[in-house]
Design a binder for this molecule. Structure first.
Ligand SMILES: [Zn+2]
Ligand SMILES: [Zn+2]
Length: 465
């Protein structure tokens, strides 16, 4: 590229047709030195991309990451006791990188983006007592709630393409009718975290805004494309999201040591081309040398609208994986079942067994595999005719060694009515006097404020971004 006077253009300029990338390997964050979730996951990709000259293409632009704020985290999570206790600088940079790229996309400066960051985030739920599935905070959810809070973006779709069910993202948006969460993954009967079944469809105010596609182990590109063409793309078309997020886990790859799927780099590229996400955020993927460099490069090329047909793993040959007739039939039945639920999305009403007066209630048990914490939640959603209702979560965490913690978390949604907001605020004030709780929290997304209170000391903290 040259200027009119013949000088070489040294700096690539930001153009609204470019794909933005951020690499953040997080050298100073690891669960343990030999853990599969380690910085080499990104280093091999980086080498491959530089080697292939991808970074010199005019269609690609790299950004330096920035930090998410504590308030960005508090808008989504109830970190116990505080955000700083559950996050390191690496976590804030991973979430901040996703935010930065999303803001560039919303501003129209770039076409789309891929945040190649770690630590990952999709197993982090709304309440955070510790690390689950290598995740403390949910990078995509933090980015999404920032976009909705600051830029008035309303409808968002998340497509989680990691081999593990995106249970954290599902939990955060379970009651939100404006966020569609679609996850395909290896069947939870055969893989962590053991959830993500077709009957998990979202709360009573957001029925079928959660769609889970549990695929049989060994699923190949062929069945995956069937799911994309016949379920995911048609549902996205109906939902008409303003913004599409891809939680891009590369552990469906046939060489991944944690999963048992048969997806190739070409499969991931075609998937990306069909989904057309505004932003992809890296999740899992642990075949550091044999999958990540190829899958990530294929995704980058597909996002940038470049030819990806030559991206091939060294040990792959066309026709290596054949779909079995049984799996094919099983996947077709899955798609049929889920399309039926999607058709019912505005007609479903809550199961009467879960309704207590004006509240929808459920009890949940959450296990933190990394930190060995057992959490019991009593969740209660106000069934309001005028808004999605506020949520209250009574959460007890058992850390072992006799250490337990009981907290109350109140969350007011963006579109809350004035009655629900007032009711949540009253409950917060009343619960501050309840010695059963160690901490009480009020997160008001509509006002973009956050309050925390330590019952034993009477100390209160406030954040408004
Ligand atoms: Zn994963
Ligand atoms: Zn209301």
């Amino acid at each position: 590229m040259q200027y009119k006077d013949g000088r070489e253009l040294k700096m690539k300029r930001v153009s609204n047709k470019q794909t933005g990338l951020i690499f953040f390997p997080a050298f100073d964050w690891a669960i343990s030195p030999t853990h599969p979730e380690r910085e080499e996951r990104l280093l091999y990709t980086r080498d491959q991309i530089f080697e292939e000259g991808i970074m010199d293409l005019p269609q690609i632009i790299e950004f330096a990451p920035k930090l998410a704020t504590v308030h960005d985290v508090a808008r989504v999570h109830f970190c116990v006791p505080r955000v700083k206790d559950q996050t390191t600088e690496a976590h804030l940079i991973a979430a901040g990188a996703a935010i930065l790229l999303a803001e560039q996309i919303v501003a129209g400066n770039i076409l789309n983006g891929f945040a190649l960051v770690r630590p990952p985030g999709h197993h982090a739920m709304r309440v955070v007592h510790g690390n689950r599935g290598f995740c403390n905070i949910n990078n995509e959810a933090i980015m999404i709630e920032k976009l909705r809070s600051r830029y008035g973006i309303n409808r968002i779709a998340v497509v989680d393409t990691d081999v593990h069910h995106g249970d954290g993202t599902q939990d955060i948006f379970w009651h939100d009718p404006d966020v569609l969460f679609i996850s395909f993954h290896q069947d939870g009967r055969t893989l962590y975290p053991g959830t993500g079944f077709t009957y998990e469809l979202g709360g009573p105010k957001a029925f079928a805004r959660t769609i889970n596609i549990p695929l049989p182990p060994g699923t190949t590109d062929e069945s995956l494309m069937y799911v994309v063409d016949n379920l995911i793309v048609p549902v996205l078309k109906d939902f008409k999201p303003d913004f599409i997020v891809n939680s891009a886990g590369q552990d469906n790859h046939y060489t991944d040591p944690l999963g048992s799927m048969r997806i190739t780099a070409q499969g991931y590229a075609r998937l990306t081309e069909k989904l057309k996400p505004d932003i992809a955020v890296l999740e899992g993927g642990y075949a550091i040398e044999t999958a990540l460099p190829y899958v990530n490069m294929a995704i980058i090329l597909a996002l940038a609208g470049l030819d990806y047909s030559e991206v091939r793993e060294p040990d792959y040959w066309p026709g290596r994986f054949k779909e079995s007739p049984e799996r094919k039939a099983q996947v077709q039945r899955l798609v049929e079942e889920l399309l039926k639920y999607w058709e019912m999305r505005d007609k479903a009403s809550p199961d009467p067994k879960s309704v207590n007066g004006r509240f929808y209630q459920r009890k949940r048990r959450i296990f933190y595999d990394t930190d060995y914490i057992e959490e019991i939640q009593f969740e209660s959603l106000k069934l309001c005719d005028d808004c999605p209702g506020y949520l209250s979560i009574d959460s007890t965490a058992n850390h072992g060694y006799g250490r337990t913690g009981k907290v109350l978390c109140l969350s007011v949604p963006f579109k809350a009515c004035s009655v629900c907001r007032a009711e949540a605020a009253e409950t917060y004030e009343r619960s501050k006097k309840d010695r059963d709780y160690q901490y009480v929290y009020l997160q008001d997304k509509a006002a973009d404020t956050f309050l925390g209170y330590e019952v034993s000391t009477g100390q209160e903290w406030f954040s408004n971004g």
